[in-house]
Design a binder for this molecule. Structure first.
Ligand code: AMP
Ligand code: MG
Length: 524
């Protein structure tokens, strides 16, 4: 196993001078050196062959003892010095002060095929930022992170990747629902991979301490390393940087809304400066289309991070980032303009994205009514988002809408309670299909062309919460077959995979209120 090491974050930014792994406030430093805790009996559960390839690792490499040692945190790769990053954040709308990598340890940055990758272990033991927690992660949440990172990538949504999933061999105590019921679970370690793991909170922590010198260093470093399109000599480069972050964040959110992904904990420490989906915790996928849904039980009261709110939370988070870097610019106007722009762009891009989900070739503003009424009728009875949009592609322009209910034939598999689709609900659907058919007849696309286009953006397979749960329950018994099966399935989420048709199904009734399926907490 040979890497071309090329550390920049730890080379160019100030290190915490204190070498102790003791929990503390860390000032005027971007990170603290800290070593992972060796594990007693690591066992490889799964490797993403694609991520391995990105990093230049062969099959022999990923099967080696060295791989297991390095990516379980038991051995430090030669000539590297692992570290944890210092960052702060707003949690659920409130400034929380210093947070930092409490259970993440950056191993190294490498170059491969001219691309930069940072490799980071999650769950490899405590760091100076662990506060009162143990620095560990359990198999359950690690499977969810590993599978979902890769699934999101293949759905075309920007995300951190996951190289490996390794059981540590240790037992970890968790009170899953915070109700005093502590259980011992298998510990696990995931190796996350991204160009960088810098978050909004890395800027906020310096700003909150009036440490403008290091704030500037971090901004300069980030622009130079990750925003090569920005000329680092221009006076308004910080505004260009902020605009670029806003644009990347926008693309990520549009992606989430398109595939029905709910992040669950959009705190500012969980927003990547590169616009990557990061920190897979109590996330979930919409089953019934419901803008008010969140899988995170910790957020059950306010539902701050519910599906329909994700765009405005992204805006709120960008506002916090603007506040953090404002001292380097001292002119509010360009920040306000960028935030206003974000809202305008979001409206337009969301409109176009939704229009493309129903197969409109040339959407116009006039389609607002059709799209708004769709969002209303989708909530008239519980309707599975993924199945609905996928099957809508089967609709034929010449369907006879007057034929009783025939227009529903293509989408009826998406209804959770088909008996409810009568009278008023049926009438609303009929109204909608009349409008839809009329609109389709204005377009040039044939049914087949429209279907082909729709099937490229409406996934057939997503990582439904119950699917992850089945993989977890088997893996907890030592059977990793479902982890492997889902990993493979979700590599091609837009393809028909006839042998895997069983995963193109509504959530089974047993999963409706089950912990892990519809209820998840931050404790993992
Ligand atoms: P999260 O909401 O999971 O992104 O975590 C918020 C903060 O808590 C971050 O600083 C994490 O590093 C830290 N944290 C979460 N879980 C643990 C843990 N088991 N041990 C140490 N720190 C943790
Ligand atoms: Mg986090």
């Amino acid at each position: 196993m040979k890497f071309e090491i090329n550390n920049t974050f730890s080379e160019k930014l100030p290190a915490d001078p204190n070498p102790d792994n003791s929990r503390r406030q860390v000032f005027e430093s971007a990170f603290s050196y800290v070593e992972p805790t060796p594990t007693s009996d690591p066992e490889l559960v799964h490797v993403s062959d694609e991520v391995a390839q990105l990093l230049g690792l062969s099959k022999a490499d990923t099967n080696s003892q060295e791989f297991l040692d390095v990516f379980s945190g038991s051995k430090i790769y030669k000539d590297t010095k692992p570290y944890a990053m210092c960052y702060g954040g707003h949690q659920f709308g409130h400034w929380a002060g210093q947070l930092g990598d409490g259970r993440a340890i950056n191993l190294m940055e490498i170059l491969h095929n001219q691309k930069r990758w940072a490799l980071q272990l999650k769950g490899a033991g405590p760091t100076p930022y662990s506060r009162s927690a143990d620095g560990l992660a359990v198999l359950r949440s690690s499977i969810r992170e590993h599978l979902c990172s890769e699934a999101m990538h293949h759905l075309g949504v920007p995300t951190t990747r996951s190289l490996s999933l390794i059981k540590s061999g240790e037992k970890v105590a968790r009170d899953m629902m915070y109700n005093g019921n502590v259980q011992y679970e298998d510990g696990a370690i995931v190796c996350r991979v991204a160009p960088s793991f810098i978050r909004f909170g890395n800027f906020q922590i310096f700003a909150s301490r009036n440490d403008h010198k290091n704030l500037r260093k971090l901004v300069d470093y980030t622009i130079e390393a990750f925003f090569p399109e920005i000329n680092s000599n221009t006076p308004n480069k910080i505004i260009s940087f902020f605009q670029a972050v806003a644009d990347r964040t926008l693309q990520m959110i549009i992606g989430w809304q398109r595939v029905g992904f709910v992040h669950g904990v959009m705190n500012t420490d969980n927003l990547s400066i590169l616009g990557l989906t990061i920190d897979y915790g109590p996330y979930g996928w919409l089953e019934g289309y419901d803008p008010d849904w969140t899988p995170n039980t910790t957020d059950r009261q306010n539902k701050r991070y519910r599906y329909g709110y994700q765009p405005r939370i992204a805006l709120w988070n960008l506002m916090q980032l603007a506040n953090a870097i404002f001292p380097l610019v001292e002119d509010a106007k360009p920040f306000e303009d960028t935030l206003n722009d974000f809202q305008e762009k979001y409206k337009l891009q969301y409109h176009n994205m939704l229009a493309s989900k129903i197969g409109l070739q040339h959407p116009t503003v006039k389609d607002a009514n059709l799209l708004n009424s769709l969002q209303i009728v989708l909530q008239a009875t519980e309707t599975d988002m993924t199945i609905f949009f996928r099957n809508l592609a089967e609709f034929q322009k010449h369907t006879n809408i007057d034929d009783e209910g025939a227009f529903l034939e293509v989408v009826k598999k998406s209804f959770y309670v088909p008996e409810e689709v009568k009278e008023k609900v049926l009438a609303s659907w009929k109204d909608w299909f009349v409008k839809y058919q009329h609109r389709l007849n204005e377009e040039k696309w044939s049914d087949a062309e429209r279907k082909a286009a729709m099937n490229q953006i409406n996934p057939k397979y997503v990582l439904r919460n119950y699917m992850a749960q089945l993989a977890i329950e088997a893996a907890e018994k030592g059977d990793n077959a479902i982890v492997q099966e889902l990993y493979k399935l979700l590599k091609k989420p837009y393809d028909e995979q006839p042998k895997s048709e069983k995963w193109f199904a509504k959530r089974p009734e047993w999963a409706r209120h089950k912990v892990g399926c519809s209820m998840l907490s931050c404790s993992s």
